[in-house]
Design a protein around this ligand. Structure first.
Ligand code: FES
Length: 159
């Protein structure tokens, strides 16, 4: 037998209220919803209503975006939890731990690129033989496709 669940729309927020409280534009909220990052319930008059927990989801989305996590990655990470989950401090800790490894790898790649760029500053030669940011004789192309310089690690360089 199906449970008769009554939704108290008076306790829910309109998209305008969510925008005001979160500081995120209505158009952005619609975009997040279209991407499945947040969810609303429709009233009988087909108007969107959001539960208060949506503010926590928006907070997580904004923080994650600020550190460079893509919306797809955010959606994937949030999908682990049941719809409407309260997203406790513990769950946020799990999410941030998942993203830390990815961020560490990105920082490592960018640091390496910056260091190689240091060599080039003030030079301007863009020499195929000397410049660490160039690809001499397409050697890297033989290793495979993609951004080979960015994907190099300290270990692969030592070989
Ligand atoms: S531009 Fe000369 S070493 Fe990179």
């Amino acid at each position: 037998m199906e449970k008769d669940i009554k939704i108290d729309f008076d306790r829910m927020m309109t998209v305008g209220e969510v925008a005001k409280r979160s500081g995120v534009a209505v158009s952005t909220l619609h975009f997040y919803e279209s991407k499945g990052l947040i969810k609303s319930i429709r009233t009988n008059g087909n108007q969107r209503r959001f539960p208060a927990i949506v503010l926590r989801y928006i907070g997580i989305i904004k923080v994650a975006q600020k550190v460079g996590i893509s919306l797809e990655e955010i959606k994937s990470a949030l999908s682990v939890y049941p719809i409407g989950s309260k997203l406790t401090a513990e769950q946020w800790s799990e999410l941030s731990s998942r993203w830390r490894k990815d961020l560490d790898e990105r920082i490592q790649k960018l640091t390496r690129l910056r260091d190689e760029m240091d060599w080039c500053i003030g030079c301007g030669c863009l020499s195929l033989k000397q410049c660490p940011l160039r690809n001499p004789e397409d050697v890297l192309g033989r290793e495979g496709s993609g951004p080979r310089i960015l994907e190099r690690t300290e270990q692969s360089d030592a070989i």
